[in-house]
Ligand binder design. Structure first.
Ligand code: WT7
Length: 662
């Protein structure tokens, strides 16, 4: 663990109060209301969470104990309560008058759209759940979902929840090898996939990658591969193993009694990158997780019955879990589920889709905003001003820091200066929002995620766990457990403890892995970046070690070191320094080999992990004890001159060679 010494850049002095008209109607209206909730949590932490869990979820058997800390950091929430997540997301809406309300507006890649009501979604999920049961899939089994954005993808997750099976969604952009590793680690019994996916007018394979993953071996636990027919493209079918989703569900009953589970029952495992080793299977609960997904829809997004909500994330990431599959349905919202990409048929797609479906709450990533700013600078016809965005009343961002310029553009050009922006800081491990403005209360500062949500005891400490004063950078921690927190790393409780509750910090503080600083005057948090070897490229999280292992797995590569480099559009980009077993290539040879290695990484991990830049060297900068000096490589990647002391280096001459591409 290294502490961040990064200080806040130029002090951001612009401050934007919550728009008055918005605040007047907001669920949490004004800072007094926010402070009152924080005070309630501070006065009686368990009472606060217990009240919220009773008010926001339907319990088949009420809990009597809120928090169990006996086996910390393996905290348990609402442990003797029973519930079913899919019941809370679907049946509850049938009972409270939302049966004919649109649950999902599916916006397909080609621009066609369909509306699915809560009643229809309930029926789809029940049939799906019965289909899974008919294959012998039951409570506690793990099911991999490798699907594109679709109603069926959401239904697959809900169907697993309904029968108490633990799902693990794998993003459709991950490679066969990544998929195989996750299948093995999860010990999954089935894979739910589609024949192909449509993205930007192109048909891309899914089922073929599942075939490849299973052919890599070691996936003997898999009994069924269930295939949703999306494109009708030509695919291979293995008799006895593969079956069409429609054949499985068509004959099933439209009623399926939910499997009531303990609040702590694992709803899902989602793999994410850490600083070392293979991806970690982040395990989430049913009760605590759903409570926070539902409640943050109300608090952070101020969701109301007439809203049309759109989160542009993919269900393969945690944002698509909490803020597509579970949160919106738990509160009976109408949401857009989008299959395509922001630039097809042109870079006005988001704005066009907002106008088409009268979207009122829009949630996307800073990378997407930055790339659409660029696109509209080049082609004025895709600028948001050409579209009727008058339906929008709230904007959100997620996944990475937003630079103040992009924030201002979003605020003025998309939000017409009347929409609050919620810059939501959170992580796969936190289950839901942690630090974010409340749209009807918190004055906004571009580039700052502002203040923790009520009940979230976020703080900034030094390497010994002691609080640091405002204005001084440090390590972001959470001092008390909260309901939607990660429960463990699947198959690896020791790694859970050492990654998130390190002894150096006393073993009881949750270590987020980010550096942060609080403003001296306002106490507002600004995230200064990861303090571990994790990169954030376009809001996607990647471990440098993972990419390095992929590179050295190539027979040509002797050694590799990967660092992040600031990038105007993607936030960070991947820069790899590579030593080949053969002589250092130059000119055309270097270009050819770089391309080959980039494609290799795409095949090993997935296209999102492709290094943007590869530099070849005869060696890497190392200390006398052989440790690679990544710190220096980061400076070289940025194109800056090294000013640090390099006297401890074994081979300082190598720095000259690695200054630029060979
Ligand atoms: C990491 C978590 C949050 C769901 C999607 C990404 C960075 C996330 C923000 C934000 C600055 C942010 C952090 C965090 N991050 N949101 N609003 N401002 N940084 O989840 O893949 O688990 O990544 O994303 O570095 O640790 P994830």
């Amino acid at each position: 663990m290294t502490s961040t010494t990064t200080q806040q850049g130029p002090q951001e002095s612009r401050i934007f109060p919550s728009p008055a008209a918005f605040a007047a109607q907001a669920t949490v209206s004004g800072m007094d209301a926010y402070n009152a909730l924080c005070a309630e949590a501070a006065a009686d932490y368990e009472g606060f969470w217990g009240r919220l869990a009773k008010e926001n979820l339907v319990w088949q058997k009420p809990f009597t104990k809120v928090l169990n800390e006996d086996n910390a950091p393996f905290y348990k929430w609402f442990e003797d309560g029973h519930l079913n997540v899919s019941y809370n997301c679907l049946d509850r809406n049938l009972q409270n008058g939302n049966a004919d309300k649109t649950a999902i507006i599916f916006e397909a890649d080609d621009g066609k759209s369909v509306h699915v009501t809560y009643k229809e979604l309930h029926e789809k999920v029940c049939k799906f759940a019965n289909g899974l049961k008919s294959r012998g899939i039951k409570k506690g089994d793990r099911v991999i979902i490798y699907m594109s954005m679709s109603v069926e993808g959401v239904a697959a997750m809900q169907a697993c929840a309904r029968i108490g099976a633990t799902h693990s969604v794998v993003f459709g952009g991950f490679s066969a090898k990544s998929l195989q590793e996750r299948i093995i680690d999860a010990g999954a019994v089935a894979v739910i996939t589609a024949d192909e996916q449509m993205r930007g007018g192109k048909q891309l394979p899914l089922k073929a990658i599942v075939d490849e993953a299973l052919a890599l071996g070691g996936c003997d636990t898999i009994k069924d591969v269930i295939v949703y027919k999306r494109t009708g493209g030509n695919i291979n079918f293995v008799a006895g193993r593969d079956l069409w989703l429609h054949d499985l569900v068509d004959k099933q009953s439209a009623e399926c009694e939910p499997e009531w589970v303990d609040a702590e029952h694992p709803l899902f495992i989602l793999y994410t990158s850490g600083s070392t080793g293979t991806p970690k299977g982040v395990q989430h609960s049913s009760g605590g997780y759903l409570l926070w997904a539902a409640l943050t829809m109300k608090w952070s997004f101020d969701i109301k019955p007439n809203d049309v909500y759109w989160c542009t994330a993919d269900i393969g990431w945690v944002t698509g879990h909490s803020y597509i599959a579970y949160g919106p349905t738990a509160v009976g919202a109408t949401q857009v589920v989008f299959e395509g990409i922001p630039t097809f048929p042109n870079a006005g797609r988001f704005w066009d889709t907002i106008a088409k479906h009268k979207v009122s709450i829009f949630y996307t990533a800073p990378t997407a905003i930055r790339s659409l700013i660029k696109a509209s600078d080049l082609d004025a016809s895709v600028h948001p001003k050409n579209y009727d965005l008058s339906s929008v009343r709230l904007l959100g961002t997620v996944g990475e820091p937003i630079n103040p310029e992009a924030w201002m553009w979003y605020y003025t050009q998309v939000g017409r200066e009347v929409c609050p922006i919620v810059d939501t800081f959170w992580q796969t491990e936190t289950g839901g929002h942690m630090i974010t403005p409340l749209p009807g209360a918190t004055p906004m500062v571009p580039g700052s995620c502002t203040l923790p949500l009520p009940g979230i005891m976020a703080a900034i400490v030094d390497e010994s766990g002691a609080d640091v004063p405002n204005g001084q950078g440090g390590i972001l921690v959470v001092k008390r457990p909260w309901p939607s927190m990660i429960r463990t790393i699947w198959n690896n409780p020791d790694r859970f403890k050492s990654s998130y509750f390190p002894e150096e910090l006393g073993g009881k503080m949750y270590l987020a892995g980010d550096g942060a600083i609080r403003n001296k005057d306002t106490g507002y948090f600004t995230i200064t970046g990861r303090i571990d070897d994790v990169l954030n490229v376009s809001g996607h999280r990647m471990g440098t070690m993972e990419i390095e292992s992929a590179l050295v797995a190539n027979p040509l590569v002797a050694e590799a070191a990967v660092v992040g480099k600031p990038d105007e559009t993607t936030g960070e980009s991947i820069c790899a320094f590579v030593v080949l077993k053969q002589a250092r290539p130059t000119g055309e040879d270097a270009k050819k080999l770089a391309l080959e290695l980039r494609n290799w990484v795409a095949k090993e991990i997935g296209p999102i992990a492709k290094p943007k830049e590869i530099r070849f060297g005869d060696n890497l900068p190392k200390t006398r004890s052989g440790k690679i000096m990544r710190r220096l490589l980061r400076v070289l990647a940025k194109g800056e001159t090294i000013t640090q002391d390099v006297s401890t280096l074994e081979n300082p001459a190598i720095l000259e060679q690695l200054k630029e591409a060979s």
